[in-house]
Design a protein around this ligand. Structure first.
Ligand SMILES: NC(=O)c1ccc[n+]([C@@H]2O[C@H](COP(=O)([O-])OP(=O)(O)OC[C@H]3O[C@@H](n4cnc5c(N)ncnc54)[C@H](OP(=O)(O)O)[C@@H]3O)[C@@H](O)[C@H]2O)c1
Length: 282
């Protein structure tokens, strides 16, 4: 930088990494350069929110993606679900996948849809996220589509420590990294522990793509940093048709998770709403 004749440096945001804090700016000042800090800091914070969350907590920034009809249904009572959101929304989801380090689903989604979880078009230039499946007993079939993807890292299958050993070996042979964690209080994968493990693997961001059980657990465990909802102008109805969040939910309204809407915009015929937990905004 000095050799190139640069005399003035503008810093948007100081790196909160304790190992580098302020070192670069001090060095440049000592060398006689003019250093201006904090320019467009909120915008820089927004752009770097994945890294900032990870470097300060050791855990990935989690985006919960939801897609539903205007009455909050994700499928009809017979399970017909493709497609509720429109093409523009689905393209946006593929872009989101290319922006994050990992895409997470529950075992139920693998069983129901066998999704590839890749970012299309799968041109070599597109960054592919690592698939992560929460699957207590390691029941994901080694033939699942997530194993056949080019350009993505090994899928991570997160199970419990007492999952059968032969399933672990079969998944490893198929190319998975199998994480076994002590089960949480509900006997399923402890998401808190999983978030720490993902952070250790330098996964700074994860897109939670469903289904409702996983979405409900992650949201109510306070692990979600951002919700992206695609609301399609359709009415489906049916008391038994599934909704966005599964699990037990909360009993008292006072215990709800408060969110602040930070963006809402049209996505083709759909509406995309981005919201973040109150107090947790980047
Ligand atoms: N509209 C959308 O955007 C969308 C997106 C994705 C999926 N879907 C639909 O959602 C349906 C599947 O949803 P689902 O709710 O049945 O399944 P899911 O959320 O994909 O998977 C739930 C399963 O994950 C395992 N799991 C392990 N640890 C967990 C934890 N801590 N919390 C929650 N789950 C944990 C559990 O099985 P084990 O106990 O065996 O581990 C649980 O039954 C499919 O029909 C799919 O088409 C819709």
């Amino acid at each position: 930088m000095l050799a190139a004749g640069i005399r003035r440096v503008v810093i948007g945001l100081a790196d909160p990494n304790p190992r580098v804090r302020g070192g670069g700016a001090r060095y440049l000042k000592r060398k006689g350069l003019t250093v201006v800090s904090g320019v467009l800091e909120p915008e820089c914070r927004e752009l770097n929110r994945f890294f900032l969350k990870w470097i300060t907590t050791g855990r990935p920034y989690a985006i919960l993606k939801l897609a539903a009809s205007l009455d909050g249904k994700t499928a009809t009572r017979t399970g017909d679900s493709q497609w509720i959101s429109g093409e523009t929304s689905r393209r946006r989801v593929h872009r989101l996948r290319a922006e994050v380090d990992a895409v997470m689903v529950g075992r139920g989604t693998i069983e129901a849809d066998d999704p590839g979880l890749d970012s299309r078009p799968a041109a070599s230039k597109v960054r592919q996220p690592r698939p992560v499946v929460v699957d207590t007993k390691l029941q994901t079939p080694p033939t699942a589509r997530i194993f056949g993807r080019r350009g993505a890292g090994h899928p991570i299958i997160a199970g419990a420590t007492d999952a059968p050993d032969h399933r672990r070996r079969a998944l490893e042979r198929a190319g998975a990294e199998v994480l076994t964690l002590p089960a949480g209080p509900d006997g399923r994968v402890d998401l808190d522990a999983l978030w720490d493990e993902l952070g250790r693997r330098e996964i700074t961001s994860v897109l939670i793509e469903g289904g409702a059980e996983l979405a409900g657990s992650a949201a109510l465990a306070g692990l979600v940093d951002e919700v992206v909802l695609f609301a399609a102008p359709k009415l489906i109805g049916g008391a038994r048709a599934p909704g966005l969040l599964g699990g037990a939910g909360i009993a008292r309204l006072a215990d709800h998770l408060p969110l602040r809407i930070i963006q809402s915009r049209r996505m083709g015929d759909d509406l995309m709403i981005v919201a973040r937990p109150v107090g947790g905004e980047a």
